[in-house]
Design a protein around this ligand. Sequence first.
Ligand code: 8YV
Length: 328
Amino acid sequence: MSRPAVLVARAVFPEVLERLSTYFDVEANPDDTPWSREELLARLAGKSGLFATGSVQVDAALLDACPQLRVVANMAVGYNNLDIAAFNVRGVLATNTPDVLTETTADFGFGLMLAAARRMSESERFLRAGQWKRWRYDTLTGSDVHGATLGILGMGRIGQAIARRGALGFGMKVIYHNRSRLPAEQEAPIGARWVDKATLLSEADHLVLVLPYSPESHHAIGAAELAAMKPTATLTNVARGGIVDDRALIEALRERRIAAAALDVFEGEPAFDPGFLDLPNVVLTPHIASATVATRRAMADLAADNLIAALTGGTPPTPVNPQVLAPR
Ligand code: 8YV
């Protein structure tokens, strides 16, 4: 019996490729230059599975052009790159990599928030530029994180992990806004309080965005929302770029309508608005919140587990749309 063919769209750990090769005929992106859509389409011909990352777009037209495709395993917890409605209609399985990156991403999100509040990147640039000549009472003074109010927009797994760090490690008061409230037994240990979005914006000293990207969350933070925040507040985004209106944020940072921001994600990344580069009060990182060796390996292993299970009659551990598995 011939083995299923799978396409691995971006570079991945050699050990993971080897493991996939024991089950499948694997075609892997040899040099990790992202494939154009045309090239991706051409290479997907005859493939039953696709190992993707968050930067590989799979929409209805692509699924129609590749009718033999049965599963797309996303090496990411977010799956806004996959048109899940189109997957459902065509009975194609999508999988993601939740849980394994939660704590690592929360570490980084919390660290970014600290970096913005305490002006860490700005301080290092100051020192490297030879500007440190003397002590002054107000040199690079930031705002406290301990004891401050932490606002979380999107209280899923990563949001809760950041809230735990704030409440239990830094004595922060936690408020959050989410479509649904957490059960009381999850709110209680961290003293988290659900509030409406307006209250979240006006009360948070440090606002962290951890919600999935969707048409509903597009530009959830724009000029009006930034205007509703405290002028001393910081904004941290470890979710997706499109959630923030970058132009509006640049204006707000320039005019000091909020104190600082920390961004790991950008609309249109890896491109980003060069206006950020002129601002001292923004910390910028290249979408690395999940980037520890152990976590990236766990993500790759989980994506491989999903692909293998889906194409060998097993039960994929983390399906996004398990309903398509039922009739098979
Ligand atoms: C990934 C992420 O590094 O998991 C996610 O949703 O944003 C990151 O952990 C990125 O999406 C590449 O797949």
